[in-house]
Design a protein around this ligand. Structure first.
Ligand code: F0G
Length: 513
């Protein structure tokens, strides 16, 4: 029987690597089966004492490290924090330096590209396709849970580009994932790790998208899922998803930050696997959005990447991928990664602008972009590092700016949920401040699909989104005036041809295109 393409390619690749090693060292390569680049043994198991023990093979390519004290722990508490100092953990890859696979970026790029033609489930996933850059999960094939996530489109945004005053504007639409948000890329990886570790229950606190994603992946992996969400503060679309995928959904009378606290206490007492983005496997999976983006741009980095900031896991993940890709010479320079928050949920903006990155002061968050209604972001130190490494900026935007930007992205025929639109609103500010230049190439990371929050969209188009009109002469008043041009309230007509033709003619007269 004819071998499938992946197997053929893997064989060919193995031959190439052998040749390469012989040329370089004069010695033959160790057999691939013995030293996979990602051949790591890190398995997490519930110890019954509120701790997960992590068996690490010392010869491995990937290791866990604390971002603050640098400890490389062999066990982590169930809340995925360093047992020595309580800060966050991350994966790093000392084995990359030793492995010939990583000294040849061109071969890696061809390997990943070639997988696009494969029928293998792992290769069809836009996350697992890049598995060489991820920690290895032992006995992967038996544990992987994939919905063919990733593989999201990169669109040009011509209308938004004009509105923002840049020539080259793109959107990487992570809302085109299986559960319609970027969370799926991290979830496939972390849920597979939970499965491999033998957990029956997984859990998260969420503003709606993590819970939708986790519930779907848990269901696919035959695990139970527990969702903690703030009562009345997430969109119906997202809530309906976690119900449909069979999660135990608890609406707590608190905000997102309150849900996180309760969940952290819970995982210390119960054998429940935490799937919030403090889980370093989530970050690894989410890295792949940036790798895929670079592949889509023929490995020519844009000048800027702009992301929304909530709990700050996504910006950390994308930044980590950029730094790693440069280390591996997959890209020749770093794009600047900028993070945008809503004014009413801006603890990171204040951390950078007011406190010079020295401290983060938690706040009570409030914004109609409910996905990023977060006052105490867990990953702020990781995000800060990313800003510093890439030379990015942090901005805040008002509710009107968010609504106007969302309508503009919709008018480009793309659409997104409100939290994603902070990227365009932020770009406009970064243009005005001169941080982004007109000729620079910019990619906005759109994190969620337009249908995630139709209530917001309908209220905007009906003109019911805001109770107050902005003070004349303020930037909000200018935004509101521009946004009004984008409002398309539905018209209710008598059911006859004449009234439809009259509506059509009126629309044509006022059309700007
Ligand atoms: N955009 C959307 C659509 C989100 O759902 C989130 C976060 C963010 C942006 C911010 O990403 O937290 O990594 O900085 N949503 C989480 C949730 C918190 O529970 O769904 P972040």
């Amino acid at each position: 029987m004819r071998k499938n393409l992946t197997a053929e390619y893997a064989e060919k690749y193995a031959e190439d690597a052998e040749e390469f090693e012989k040329k370089k060292t004069g010695k033959p390569l160790r057999p691939l089966s013995a030293v996979r680049p990602y051949d790591v043994l890190i398995s997490l198991r519930w110890s019954g004492k509120g701790e997960v023990s992590i068996a690490q093979n010392t010869e491995t390519a990937a290791k866990l490290r604390c971002i603050a004290c640098g400890a490389t722990p062999v066990s982590a508490s169930q809340d995925f924090r360093c047992t020595a100092c309580g800060d966050l953990l991350e994966f790093f890859f000392p084995g990359w330096a030793l492995d010939p696979l990583f000294s040849d970026p061109t071969s890696l790029k061809s390997l990943w590209l070639n997988r696009r033609t494969s029928r293998h489930a792992l290769d069809q996933s836009g996350v697992w396709r890049f598995r060489e850059l991820l920690p290895h999960i032992p006995n992967l094939e038996a544990h992987v849970i994939t919905l063919r996530e990733g593989n999201t489109p990169l669109y040009r945004l011509p209308r938004c580009a004009r509105a923002a005053g840049v020539e080259n504007l793109y959107a990487k639409h992570q809302g085109m994932n299986p559960t319609a948000s970027f969370k799926d890329t991290g979830m496939t990886f972390a849920a597979s790790s939970a499965h491999q570790s033998g957990f029956r229950w997984v859990a998260c606190a969420s503003t709606g998208n993590t819970s939708a994603s986790m519930a779907a992946y848990a269901a696919r992996g035959n695990m139970h899922s527990l969702v903690l969400i703030p009562d009345g503060k997430i969109s119906w679309g997202k809530l309906s998803q976690s119900l449909d995928y069979g999660a135990l959904t608890c609406q707590l009378r608190t905000d997102f930050d309150g849900c996180v606290q309760i969940l952290n206490d819970l995982v210390r007492q119960k054998p429940v696997y935490l799937l919030n983005s403090v889980n370093p496997y989530r970050i690894e999976g989410q890295k792949t959005a940036a790798i895929e983006l670079m592949e889509q741009l023929a490995w020519e980095p844009p000048d800027h990447i702009i992301v929304p900031g909530g709990n700050l896991g996504n910006s950390s993940a994308i930044g980590k991928a950029l730094v790693e890709m440069r280390e591996l010479k997959l890209i020749s320079r770093l794009p600047r990664l900028s993070i945008i928050q809503a004014h009413g949920a801006n603890p990171f903006y204040r951390c950078v602008r007011e406190f010079g990155g020295k401290k983060l002061e938690p706040m009570t968050a409030d914004t109609l972009a409910t996905a990023i209604r977060i006052g105490n972001p867990a990953s702020w130190k990781k995000a800060l590092r990313v800003l510093q490494a890439t030379g990015g900026e942090v901005e805040e935007v008002t509710e009107i700016e968010i609504a106007a930007a969302k309508a503009e992205i919709g008018a480009d025929g793309i659409g997104c949920e409100p939290a994603s639109a902070v990227t365009l609103a932020g770009l406009k500010k970064l243009r005005r401040s001169g941080f982004v230049k007109p000729a620079e190439a910019v990619v906005l990371i759109l994190t969620g699909h337009a249908l995630k929050d139709p209530d917001f969209t309908i209220k905007f188009h009906r003109g019911d989104l805001f109770a107050d009109t902005p003070v004349p002469g303020t930037p909000d008043a200018t935004e509101a005036a521009q946004a009004k041009n984008l409002q398309r309230a539905p018209v209710v007509l008598d059911a006859n041809l004449g009234s439809v033709i009259a509506a059509l003619d009126a629309a044509e007269r006022s059309s700007s295109r």
